[in-house]
Design a protein around this ligand. Structure first.
Ligand SMILES: Cc1ncc(COP(=O)(O)O)c(C=O)c1O
Length: 485
């Protein structure tokens, strides 16, 4: 047994406080410089696979290194190997949500480093989570009967929502499993434009990937309600058990918005769970002029909102709302003996609302960014992103070698180069994106719509200005000139 005195004398402890203070100041300067100079970095490296690892010793370190050395290695080895999602010329996916207050929120969270599994283990973290969840609920006009829980991602959110749908349709699955409970073959419906997290959830829940039925979309990429009804009816005749419909508000490729009200009516008629995937689009409901987006939401059973996609919270922060949150708790509450002392029945213990026990204090960064910008500040920025997307779309409309490939929605524009032989267009559109991304000057994505490869930009970065967009448009045209002729 080691004596107390010996333990004190020999404890390696932490970095001495004065040294830590110096390191923090150096880091603060590093972060401020990075943010201030980000425009001068390449957006993406043109590296081959393994380029980063080729320069880093693969042996685990035996002795410690100084922070100065580690930070200089970040500059030398890591920063050049990154795709800089925070760069104003990063126009991939939905743009990105890095902001100065968001960075501050992340930094404040680090020293607290708590586990927000129960109220007792983290009272302020639990209560703040409840608070910011309710702020978002109010901003996106969800009725009070919706309660929420913060997860890392929307994919995890839809899995939990469908677990509740499954339990309500086959009440003893939680206890006895699908076979033990004699569960039928369930079917889930989502449009052909919906996110693949639907299939991932079906895989995880033992429902089967093939039981996610994709419903055709109309010319604006919205789910065809008549097709939904037909496919549900066909499944019923075939002996399947329709379970849930996923309606999307802001699809991944085009940000199209399904007609939730019509879909809700069908869900009511067939007694199906209605989940709304508002991962990207729901955040736009904080704009008064976008309130029509929320039509039908109050009829949903669950809805996912990803403030890390459109409400400026740094990755990761996704909220699953369930009408009557107790429905979610019933499926997942399970208190092992060693946690009994730290679970107070009367309080909310977020570990009861999902499969995760250990949970980060995600609410703090959301609270910091929401307080820093306010709803007004976030709305002004979203409005600017919508304006920029429409500006970009105007440039496309005015150049007959390009065309819009989908209606412009929120910050997303899908477009194609059409100034060459038809059979070459897929390859050319893909090549324009690849060459621009390899140039390090901008970053776009590509997608397939109605079988055609098209280019796509997503505007969501507070640093992206009209000037940046103009530069990207010039690059696209120059690249099309270079390879399209
Ligand atoms: C519409 C939609 N739903 C869900 C997801 C999955 O989001 P997450 O990465 O939070 O799981 C995405 C990702 O882009 C998405 O676009």
């Amino acid at each position: 047994m080691i004596s107390e005195a010996m333990q004190d004398r020999e404890s390696p402890g932490d970095t001495p406080p004065e040294e830590f203070r110096r390191q923090l100041h150096a880091l603060a300067d590093w972060i401020a410089d990075f943010r201030q100079n980000i425009d001068s970095l390449r957006v993406a490296p043109d590296d081959k696979l393994g380029a980063t690892l080729a320069n880093i010793p693969t042996q685990p370190p035996e002795q410690g290194d100084s922070f100065d050395k580690i930070l200089s290695d970040v500059d030398r080895l890591i920063v050049p190997g990154m795709v800089h999602w925070s760069h104003p010329m990063f126009l991939g996916y939905f743009g990105w949500t890095t902001t100065a207050p968001g960075i501050l929120g992340e930094i404040i969270t680090a020293p607290l480093n708590v586990n927000a599994m129960t109220w007792r283990t983290s009272p302020a973290a639990t209560e703040l989570e409840t608070l910011v969840i309710d702020w978002i609920r109010q901003w996106v006009h969800l009725p009070q009967e919706f309660g929420g829980v913060v997860y890392d991602t929307a994919s995890v959110g839809v899995m939990h929502a469908l677990a509740v749908a499954r339990e309500e349709a086959a009440p003893s699955v939680r206890k006895r499993g699908l076979i033990g409970a004699g569960a039928p073959v369930f079917r889930i419906y989502a449009s052909e434009q919906a996110h693949s997290s639907a299939e991932k959830a079906a895989i995880a829940l033992g429902l089967g990937e093939e039981n996610v039925q994709r419903i055709p979309t109309d010319s604006a990429f919205c789910m065809e309600s008549s097709a939904l009804r037909e496919i549900i009816t066909r499944d019923l005749r075939g002996g399947f058990r329709p379970l849930a419909v996923i309606a999307t508000v802001g699809t991944t490729s085009t940000a199209s918005v399904d007609r939730v009200r019509e879909i809700a009516r069908i869900c009511r008629e067939f007694k199906l769970w209605l989940h709304i995937d508002g991962a990207y689009g729901a955040g736009f409901a904080i704009l008064p002029e976008c309130e029509s987006l929320t039509a039908g939401w109050s009829d949903a059973d669950s809805i996912v909102v990803n403030p890390h996609k459109s409400l400026f919270v740094p990755l990761d922060f996704s909220v699953l709302y369930v009408r009557d949150l107790e429905r979610l708790r019933r499926v997942f509450t399970l208190v092992p003996e060693y946690l009994r002392g730290d679970t107070v029945e009367a309080q909310k213990n977020y570990m009861d609302y999902g499969i995760q026990l250990g949970r980060r204090f995600r609410a703090l960064k959301a609270w910091v960014i929401f307080r820093s910008f306010g709803r007004d500040g976030m709305a002004a920025r979203l409005r600017e992103h919508i304006r920029l997307a429409n500006r970009f779309a105007d440039w496309i409309r005015n150049d007959d070698r390009f065309e819009l490939a989908a209606p412009v929605s929120m910050g997303v524009v899908c477009f194609g180069f059409i100034g060459a032989a038809k059979d070459k267009l897929d390859k050319l559109n893909s090549e324009i994106v690849e060459r621009i991304n390899a140039s390090g000057c901008a970053y776009l994505t590509q997608t397939k719509l109605r079988g055609r490869t098209v280019m796509r930009i997503g505007i969501g970065n507070v640093l992206t200005t009209e000037e940046h967009l103009r530069k990207a448009w010039l690059l696209i045209r120059e690249m099309a000139d270079a390879i399209g002729t």
